[in-house]
Design a protein around this ligand. Structure first.
Ligand SMILES: C[S@@+](CC[C@H](N)C(=O)[O-])C[C@H]1O[C@@H](n2cnc3c(N)ncnc32)[C@H](O)[C@@H]1O
Length: 335
């Protein structure tokens, strides 16, 4: 069953909420998030409250664009106090849910900016990419985080992997739209099942990002086919196993001393903290890296769920800070 919503401004029929999904989330998240859930639910079910950040493409944006963003009420996500914040990465946020127009893909023309949920930058920042490093983006399509990684540093080698062939085409197009040719040459795109990549390239990478397939809470709530949505919810219990297997592969691909970041865009504890706990319990050479500095530094832009874990932080959507959900955990493979 679908619940129709009307957009506030025009009274037009807007996106439809899938009741099967909402009921399922209601049960699970009121239990896991307690009092915060009612606000989170209000945001997730009201697309007119969603905010869209603007990540400038350092390879092509004109300086007038920054002025234009200031005039439109955007402000930069600049954080001098974070120990890692590359000056080359410029992201603008707006307190209101305004949205810059999307740019069209045109072969040969680089896009000036990428529209994104600002919380998506947190796993990228947590990775602390430096010039010359070898990095793997294990689940890369449509490519938002690969683009963001390339705003931070010039890696020696970037491997973008995606299992779904349709999404792989989307990934290739994103890279072509944002990245100049000389840099494209350090990028390899592949179509592996990410669970096998660690065997194919053991200990090959300094950094690995696992932005895992998950219950994508925002998009699932607007599933247009209730039957498919019910099936997805049924299959949801298999996701933690897939996520753990992807992490195992990522750990294999990581060199000793390397850094791995795991992220999802779901609030689900089973796909977040429980997955990381399972990994930490089964490897003695994998240790959590404390990323509470990120939560402290960005608390004016994002609302973080209170957590009793040392590892991992979770952005929960809030009024005026409608970013997330985004869970981020950082692990190190000890030598
Ligand atoms: C959350 S999305 C990644 C979003 C991307 N990192 C970005 O920022 O644009 C997860 C991706 O994992 C892909 N995926 C699912 N199963 C996979 C597998 N076994 N191996 C590799 N990728 C997989 C999905 O097709 C999906 O594109």
């Amino acid at each position: 069953m679908l619940t129709r919503l009307r957009s506030k401004s025009e009274g037009k029929l807007a996106k439809q909420i899938c009741k099967v999904v909402l009921d399922h989330f209601e049960k699970q998240y009121s239990n896991e998030l307690g009092d915060s859930w009612s606000t989170v639910r209000d945001i997730l079910t009201s697309p007119e409250l969603w905010q869209h950040a603007v990540l400038l493409n350092r390879f092509s944006y004109p300086s007038a664009l920054e002025e234009e963003l200031h005039l439109k009420g955007y402000h930069p996500l600049v954080e001098g106090s974070l120990s890692y914040y590359p000056k080359s990465m410029k992201c603008y946020l707006s307190r209101t849910p305004s949205r810059m127009p999307s740019e069209r893909h045109q072969t040969g023309n680089l896009k000036k900016y990428y529209l994104l949920n600002a919380a998506s930058l947190l796993p990228v920042l947590a990775l602390e990419l430096k010039d010359g490093e070898k990095v793997l983006d294990l689940c890369a399509a449509p490519g938002g985080k690969s683009i963001a990684l390339l705003q931070c540093a010039y890696p020696g080698y970037l491997h973008c992997n995606e299992f779904d062939s349709l999404r792989l085409r989307w990934l290739r197009q994103t890279l072509e739209s944002f990245i100049p040719q000389p840099l494209i040459n350090v990028i390899q795109v592949s179509e592996f099942d990410g669970r096998d990549l660690g065997h194919a390239q053991p200990e090959a990478f300094d950094k690995v990002l696992v932005d895992a397939p998950c219950s994508n809470d925002r998009s699932w709530l607007f599933s247009s086919d209730s039957q498919k949505a019910a099936y997805r919810i049924h299959q949801r219990r298999n996701l933690p196993l897939l996520q753990i297997e992807l992490l195992r592969s990522a750990i294999r691909a990581l060199r000793p001393g390397g850094i791995l970041v795991y992220s999802t865009c779901t609030l689900s504890k089973a796909e977040n903290q429980d997955v990381i706990s399972a990994i930490l319990n089964s490897y003695c050479n994998i240790v959590p890296v404390d990323i509470r500095e990120i939560a402290r530094t960005y608390s004016q832009h994002f609302t973080f769920a209170p957590t009793d874990h040392e590892y991992g932080c979770m952005v929960i959507p809030d009024r005026g800070k409608a970013w997330g959900p985004m869970y981020v955990a950082k692990l190190k493979k000890e030598s």
